[in-house]
Design a binder for this molecule. Structure first.
Ligand code: KG4
Ligand code: ZN
Length: 353
């Protein structure tokens, strides 16, 4: 089975061709165009500019993906496009393109939940079996999810305010480091003393699996307001921020691992997904946590942690294998929680392929 995947939910335009072969999944092409340059002058993603950039570049990316994969449109078995959650303009561009190709070629269409793309990535990259526990941490998301099967997701916790990606990005901006903040803080932190500044670890030690990061931003803004950060201070503050965010993530994930191991003794793995999962300190501490609990630790390669279309094509494959197809009138959803019954959240419903 060969599926074309399309991703346009935020500020990355992406198209990919993924095949399910008897030897396992194969990514035949994974094309991506980031929009940093378009949004940089505004200091953040401008939805209208993002939608127009998707419109300008998506068809060329799809052509490039097909060419690199050496696959003709007639040879694909389905089209999968992100239908939410995300910025509505981009979602409309991607789903309309996907539906158009599906209609023109007579192939089935799959309206994909972006979060499901992140959650199922370890099955594409590392062939992880259900059930497993996912820490999904990015600029837009923060969730602990039990993945028990395709479409069977239970959210154990989420953030009460900011995502950890936002915490990295906003504190980096306050400290005067660049965007995106996660890699900038990680780089600056390598030279710093993580214990120099005392920063809050919201909810640490409390039961449950929810997160909170807004207090960290406030604490950093107070420190910065004192003024005059030299190179040493900047490195120490970056290291202190990174440690605080990782401490909070590890504390909440430890509670989720405990719950997961008690309720799913057959559980296979702890998985890290989303852009923040590219962080080295977080990865190594999650690996230790998983090991102590007797779970395998899986973190997809960083390029598969951040937004991409291969993960969307993969959801298409997983769903088409189960006969889950969407109607061409399936609407994009700017908000689309993964943990409620996925079928109920869709406008088009499912039909057997
Ligand atoms: O998954 P992603 O590409 O897009 C969203 O869905 O948001 O994640 C982007 C986020 C940004 O907030 C960025 O600062 C963060 O992931 N990030 C990192 C690292 N690389 C990217 N955070 C911490 N350490 C990193 N190495
Ligand atoms: Zn994402």
């Amino acid at each position: 089975m060969i599926v074309l995947g399309i991703e346009t939910s935020c500020d990355e335009t992406a198209a990919a061709i993924v095949a399910a072969t008897p030897q396992g999944p194969r990514i035949l092409s994974n094309q991506l165009r980031a929009q940093f340059a378009e949004h940089a002058p505004f200091g953040g993603v401008v939805p209208e500019i993002a939608a127009r950039a998707h419109l300008d570049h998506l068809d060329a990316l799809i052509d490039r993906a097909l060419a690199e994969a050496n696959v003709a449109l007639a040879e694909i078995d389905g089209v999968a496009a992100t239908a939410g959650p995300g910025l509505i303009g981009g979602l409309i561009v991607g789903t309309m393109m996907g539906k158009g190709i599906a209609w023109g070629t007579g192939k089935p269409f799959v309206a994909v939940n972006h979060l499901e793309g992140h959650a199922l990535t370890p099955r594409l990259t590392d062939r992880v079996d259900f059930p497993y526990l996912v820490l999904l941490v990015s600029g837009g998301h923060c969730q602990l999810l039990v993945c028990a099967g395709v479409g069977l997701y239970t959210r154990l916790g989420t953030t009460l305010d900011d995502s950890p990606g936002e915490a990295f990005d906003k504190t980096a901006k306050l400290i005067g480091l660049g965007y995106p903040g996660g890699p900038a803080i990680e780089h600056a932190a390598s030279e710093g003393d993580p214990h120099r500044f005392v920063l809050p670890r919201p909810l640490k030690g409390r039961p449950g699996c929810d997160f909170s990061f807004s207090g960290l931003k406030t604490a950093v803004s107070r420190l910065v307001a004192v003024g005059g950060l030299d190179t040493r201070d900047t490195a120490d503050l970056a290291a202190s921020v990174q440690l605080a965010i990782c401490d909070a993530l590890i504390d909440r994930t430890a509670n989720a691992v405990d719950w997961f191991c008690r309720h799913h003794p057959e559980g296979t793995a702890l998985v890290a997904a989303g852009g923040v999962a590219a962080n080295d300190q977080l990865r190594s501490r999650l690996a230790a946590l998983a090991k102590a609990a007797g779970l395998r630790f899986v973190a997809p390669p960083p390029t598969m942690c951040t937004d991409n279309a291969a993960m969307i094509a993969w959801v298409g494959i997983e769903r088409l294998r189960l006969g889950l197809v969407d109607h061409l009138d399936a609407a994009p959803h700017p908000r689309w929680p993964l943990d409620t019954c996925a079928a109920a959240a869709r406008s088009g419903g499912y039909t057997a392929a």
